[in-house]
Structure formats: structure tokens, C-alpha cells
Design a protein around this ligand. Structure first.
Ligand code: SF4
Length: 347
């Protein structure tokens, strides 16, 4: 089988900013013996996944809690050292690099071009630093600006995210959750990064401000042609913002397609169940409800065959023994299910 990124590589090699190939992130499990700890198993949080992101594209990574999406984002920025695989990045300064092979020291230069927006705007900002220090810190650390030029750039960034520059001497506690997330976005933008990994950037916010922050991210992406890897458990959020969507289950990608194709022509039973269980804006809307039974499988001891089979209402005996490969069933629509072409899915 030709993998999705090998196939897209031929078509869009010039435009891919990031290519993740056969990425694995396994965490060891140790058991304490009488004298020493011994390795007994691994949690396969990310298990052999591949995808790419083009310049100025927004790729959504969705799935339930524990599916491996946040671990994927952290492996991409090298917060973790991957167990295996390649993370090929077209760095503006270093050229083509495999992030998986770089040392921490070498990554320091790359982090200038890859930034992250964190889920929790309360813990991700240092409470002892003013806005000016928080937003200006990356510029100062990399020696890009200082003095009045730095202050002007911070003021410009605050305006960009909808905050008043007069606030720059205040501390994070003076701001609401939505405003704090705007501060985090301003900081992430400060070095004009090539790629921003957004890790559930609105899920910790009140529903009333989620849309404002989402629209801000969308406007900034359009204005500056930003590239996002957008991690979320919320399909409606992903639909609003992303060009393509990858659905993850127990460390694997089970469906990846253009956003419109994914939502209009669902091909994986897990995507169907996720969509069906998402809250609908119109309570009168009649949809086929597909309840998701049980919990996400244990990544240390996943089920045999198709990992989704214990929760899948279409499962057959074959699903219990044979792992379905990720196949391209229509242009740029990849699915890992034995019965994608036969099932009539819809949520
Ligand atoms: Fe369900 Fe079988 Fe498809 Fe897995 S392979 S999603 S168990 S129908």
C-alpha cells in the first residue's frame, strides 16, 4: 500500500511544510521488583502514524481523550523524543530537517519556527511576568528585538489579538480565560512561526468565549497564511477551522480526508459515532444517533484485529482478527476499515 504522505508527496512535494512518517511514541511501563524495576510493557500512545501538512493549511487532529492526539502534537514539537519515525520539516533557516533526529540544542533554533498554543491559559502563563515580558520573551531570548523596538512589537501583537497595549504592564491574573488565551496566541505569533501546534486551544474556555477565540485563530490564519496542526476533541470546532481532518483512535489514524469530504461522506464507523455524539446546534435537527459504547481501548493492551471492534456496531469476526490497513478509497480520502465501501454511514 502506498501511504497517504507518499502519495501526496508526489503531488505536493513543493508545498509540504511538515511530513510525519511512521511516527511511534511508546512509553515504557515498569514494575517494581524486589531489587529493581523491570520493563513489563509499553503504552503505545502513538503507533505508526503518517500525515503531512502543507504551507498555510490547517490540519485537524481529532479523537476522544486518550487517543494520542496531544502526544502526537508534543512529539512533533519534540517535547517528547519519538520512539521511531521521521518528522520532516522545511525549516526557514536550516532547510529540510528531520526533527526526530535533532538534539535538544539543535531543536532550540527550530523552536523559533514552531510554536505551540496550550490548552490551559491559566497554567501556561507565568503569573510573575507582565504581559510585556510574556509576549516579548521569545523575541528577547532569540535576540530578535530589544528596547523600544521590542515594546512596539509587543504592542502590535497585543492589538492583533484584540488586547489593548495599555495593558502590557499588567499580570495574567488581571485577565479572563479568553483574554489569557489571546495573550498565549500573541506570544506564539511573536517570532512569525512557520507552524503552530494548537493543543485544544478553546476547550478550557467558557462556551461564550470559545467562538471568539476560534474566530481570532481563523482570522489570523487567513491574514498571515499561518499553518496550524489543530488538536481538538470537538468535531464542530474542527469543521469550522480545518482544511483537512485526521481522526485518531488508540494511537492510530483511522480516517483522514478533506474536511468537507469527511463530514459529508463519512467512511469510518468511529467517525460516524463521534459525529453523532457531538452536540447539535439545532435541538430539533433529527439525526441518526449512534451511541459510542464503552471507553477508548487501553493503548498498553489494545484489542486484537481492528482496535475499534469492541465498540463497533458493524464488527464481524474478521474485524476481531484482522487489522484493517489505511486505504485510499477515494481521492485523498484514507480509511482503515474492512467495510468502508459497503457501509452506509451518516450522522
Ligand atoms: Fe468496525 Fe470492522 Fe470497520 Fe473496525 S474494521 S471499524 S470493527 S467494521
Amino acid at each position: 500500500m502506498t501511504s497517504p504522505q507518499v502519495q501526496t508527496e508526489k503531488k505536493t512535494q513543493a508545498t509540504n511544510l511538515l511530513e510525519v512518517k511512521k511516527l511511534k511514541m511508546h512509553f515504557p511501563i515498569y514494575k517494581q521488583g524486589i531489587f529493581q524495576k523491570r520493563l513489563v510493557n509499553h503504552v503505545k500512545a502513538v503507533d505508526d502514524i503518517s500525515f503531512d501538512i502543507k504551507r498555510a493549511e490547517v490540519l485537524g487532529l481529532v479523537g476522544e481523550s486518550g487517543c494520542g492526539k496531544t502526544t502526537t502534537g508534543r512529539a512533533v514539537i519534540r517535547a517528547y523524543d519519538p520512539t521511531a519515525g521521521e518528522i520532516l520539516f522545511k525549516d526557514a533557516d536550516k532547510g529540510n530537517v528531520d526533527l526526530a533526529k535533532l538534539s535538544r540544542e539543535e531543536m532550540r533554533d527550530v523552536w523559533k519556527n514552531i510554536q505551540m498554543i496550550f490548552q490551559d491559559p491559566y497554567s501556561s502563563l507565568n503569573p510573575r511576568m507582565t504581559l510585556e515580558q510574556i509576549v516579548g520573551e521569545p523575541l528577547k531570548n532569540y535576540g530578535v528585538l530589544d528596547g523600544s523596538a521590542l515594546r512596539d512589537r509587543v504592542a502590535e501583537l497585543l492589538r492583533l489579538v484584540g488586547l489593548r497595549p495599555e495593558y502590557m504592564s499588567r499580570y495574567p491574573h488581571a485577565f479572563s480565560g479568553g483574554q489569557r488565551q489571546r495573550i498565549g496566541i500573541a506570544r506564539a505569533l511573536s517570532l512569525n512561526p512557520q507552524l503552530i501546534v494548537c493543543d485544544e486551544p478553546v476547550s478550557a474556555l467558557d462556551v461564550s468565549v470559545q467562538a471568539q477565540v476560534l474566530n481570532l485563530l481563523k482570522d489570523l490564519q487567513g491574514q498571515f497564511q499561518l499553518t496550524y496542526l489543530f488538536i481538538s476533541h470537538d468535531l464542530s470546532v474542527v469543521r469550522h477551522l480545518c482544511d483537512r481532518v485526521a481522526v485518531m483512535y488508540v494511537g492510530k489514524i483511522v480516517e483522514i480526508a478533506n474536511t468537507e469530504d469527511l463530514f459529508e461522506d463519512i467512511k469510518h464507523p468511529y467517525t460516524e459515532a463521534l459525529l453523532s455524539s457531538a452536540p447539535k446546534p439545532d435541538p430539533r435537527a433529527r439525526t441518526k444517533h449512534v451511541a459510542l459504547q464503552g471507553e477508548v481501548a487501553d493503548a498498553a493492551n489494545p484489542p486484537s484485529g481492528c482496535y475499534f471492534h469492541p465498540r463497533c456496531r458493524y464488527a464481524t469476526d474478521k474485524c476481531k482478527t484482522d487489522a484493517p490497513p489505511l486505504r485510499e478509497i477515494s481521492p485523498n480520502h484514507w480509511v482503515s476499515c474492512h467495510y468502508s465501501e459497503e457501509l452506509s454511514l451518516g450522522a
